[in-house]
Structure formats: structure tokens, C-alpha cells
Design a binder for this molecule. Structure first.
Ligand SMILES: [Fe+2]
Length: 310
């Protein structure tokens, strides 16, 4: 289906560039693209970059770049956005050059998140090489990964309408679970290519604009290796190893130096054929695991106490 192809890149503003570069390269297995005083880019495949980390105090998501497969498709999306009352601005040549794209149009989603629609996102001049991965990151037609965007006080349906009706995403499924008395997590999962979801739009209590970015690896062992690297580095863990019932991803969540998380996963479901895909609603976020580390530690300590008492 012509139109929006993939999540090409994300832009984060972070107070500690060194920590981000170390986190991305040494713990996650990404590769530095370009490093300056004011920013660092990180790669996870042949593309010029996938994450732009710019120096600043926000420690949050600044922009998301989505690649569109043709000029005509971009014009069509822009026309729909304008007809629906969304402002669009054509990015100038310097922004296009900085992002390494041919054309760039900037708009904002109903939450106010900056959305950049681009064409011809460039490859890097050199092949991707991870210092530590056994396999590769799963990208290609599936794009950079997926991200969970918080809908905050915006009605979830407004956010879904923006991404589906205007940008061209399709609904994958939904999860609604009461995670604590009176607190309901409600997430809609949307796809634009075979990756089960490229965006999740959710209402969960969280201080940032984004809950996490998901990096998927092709070798299951790389999830274990990354888990061990993060544990040994003392990197704060958001959620321990576990699995989701909808995309069936085996993953853990580690906090970035900016406080939101990276989901590091393997085995996520692909949606190959929309005509046979059935949209379901699940009532639990996790099949197993994905525990708060404090809970998991308490269980480990209980077991340890029994071992020591024996
Ligand atoms: Fe995720």
C-alpha cells in the first residue's frame, strides 16, 4: 500500500550526551553515526542514523520522523492534514540536509508531538557494524523500531484518528488492563508495515511524552546478552524480562539516561496480510514477567532467605 512506509528516526533532547552514547553503543549494541558538541546520532542498521540525541534539558522525545514512499504520497498526506485543520510546514533545505532526507514536512500530532514526514531517508556511507551484537537489529521494511507515545489528556480516539485517518496507520490491536485499583492502562497498537506496531498510543501514568522505544534483535541470545550487560552496568531497569500477549515479543525494558525506557526485544509478530488480520482486544499487558524490578528482587530475596535457612 503506497504511503507512509516506516518510522525512520526519532529525535530526543538529552542532558547527558556521553551517557546516551555509552548506553546506545556499549549496552544496546548500536553504532555512533556522528558526534558533535551538541549532539550524537546512533545507528542500528544501514541508515545514516535512527536516533538523534540533541543536547538540552528536556530529556524527552522531541520529534519523530516517518518516511513516505513518494512525493505524491507526501502531498496526499499533507492535503489530508490541512483539510483536517492541522498545520503543516515545509522544512527548508538546511533541515532536510541535517535530517539527510530529500523533502521534509513538519506537523504536530494532537498531543503536540512534532511529527516530521520525509522522503528518501539516506543510508550511511559505511556499513553498519555493532561492536557487540551476535546478530542484527531487525529493521528493513519494518523501520527503526516502535515507540510508545503517551496520549496524556488528549482523548485516545483523537490520537488514533490522527495516525490512522491522516497518516495512514492501521489498527493492530488494543490492550486494556486495570494495573492498580482505579488505574487502567489502555493502549492502541498501530502498524504501517509488517512490524506488529510502529506506534502504541497509550494512557498510562508517566511523566514523559514517550514511554519507550523498542529495538528488536534478530538473535534471541542478544536479548540475554543485553540484559546481562545492563544488569552488570547498574543501568536502571524499568521492567524485567517478559512477554506481551499481542506482539508476542520477548523483551525487557531498561531506562535510558533520560528516564524513559528502551524495550529490547526479539520475536515480535509480523502482520503480513491486513486482509486476514483480526483486530483483538487483550485484557493483560503481559503473558508473563515484565515485573517491576523491586518486585522481582523481593521474590529473589525470599528464595535466597530460604536457601540460607536450609
Ligand atoms: Fe513496546
Amino acid at each position: 500500500m503506497p504511503g507512509l512506509k516506516e518510522l525512520a528516526y526519532v529525535v530526543y533532547e538529552a542532558s547527558d550526551l556521553d551517557a546516551w552514547e555509552h548506553f546506545g553503543v556499549k549496552l544496546l549494541g548500536m553504532q555512533t553515526g556522528e558526534r558533535t558538541q551538541n549532539g550524537v546520532t546512533l545507528r542500528n542498521d544501514e541508515k545514516a542514523y535512527r536516533w538523534v540525541i540533541t543536547k538540552g534539558p528536556a530529556d524527552d522525545l522531541v520529534a519523530s520522523g516517518y518516511e513516505v514512499d513518494s512525493d505524491a504520497a507526501l502531498d496526499n498526506i499533507v492535503a489530508k492534514l490541512r483539510a483536517a485543520g492541522f498545520q503543516t510546514t515545509l522544512g527548508d533545505a538546511s533541515l532536510a540536509a541535517a535530517r539527510k532526507v530529500a523533502r521534509i514536512v513538519v506537523t504536530a500530532d494532537p498531543m503536540g508531538n512534532r511529527v516530521e514526514l520525509v522522503t528518501h531517508f539516506a543510508n550511511a556511507p559505511t556499513p553498519f557494524r555493532s561492536e557487540i551484537l551476535a546478530g542484527q537489529f531487525l529493521t528493513g521494511a519494518c523501520g527503526a523500531g516502535h515507540q510508545f507515545i503517551l496520549t496524556k489528556e488528549v482523548p485516545q480516539q483523537d490520537a488514533v484518528n490522527f495516525y490512522c485517518d491522516l497518516l495512514g496507520f492501521r489498527i493492530s490491536d488494543r490492550i486494556v488492563e486495570e494495573i492498580a485499583p482505579g488505574i487502567v492502562a489502555d493502549a492502541m497498537f498501530l502498524h504501517c508495515n509488517p512490524r506488529h506496531h510502529t506506534i502504541a498510543l497509550g494512557q498510562i501514568p508517566h511523566p514523559k511524552k514517550t514511554h519507550h522505544f523498542m529495538l528488536q534483535v534478530t538473535d534471541r541470545q542478544d536479548v540475554g546478552y543485553a540484559w546481562e550487560r545492563c544488569l552488570k552496568a547498574g543501568q536502571p531497569i524499568e521492567m524485567t524480562l517478559g512477554s506481551h500477549p499481542n506482539d508476542q515479543m520477548l523483551s525487557f525494558y531498561v531506562k535510558t539516561p533520560s528516564g524513559f525506557a528502551v524495550e529490547y526485544g526479539w520475536g515480535g509478530l509480523l502482520i503480513e496480510d491486513d486482509s486476514t488480520w483480526e483486530v483483538k482486544t487483550f485484557n493483560q499487558l503481559n503473558n508473563w514477567g515484565h515485573f517491576d524490578p523491586a518486585q522481582e528482587l523481593a521474590w529473589l530475596q525470599q528464595g535466597l532467605a530460604k536457601t540460607n535457612a536450609a
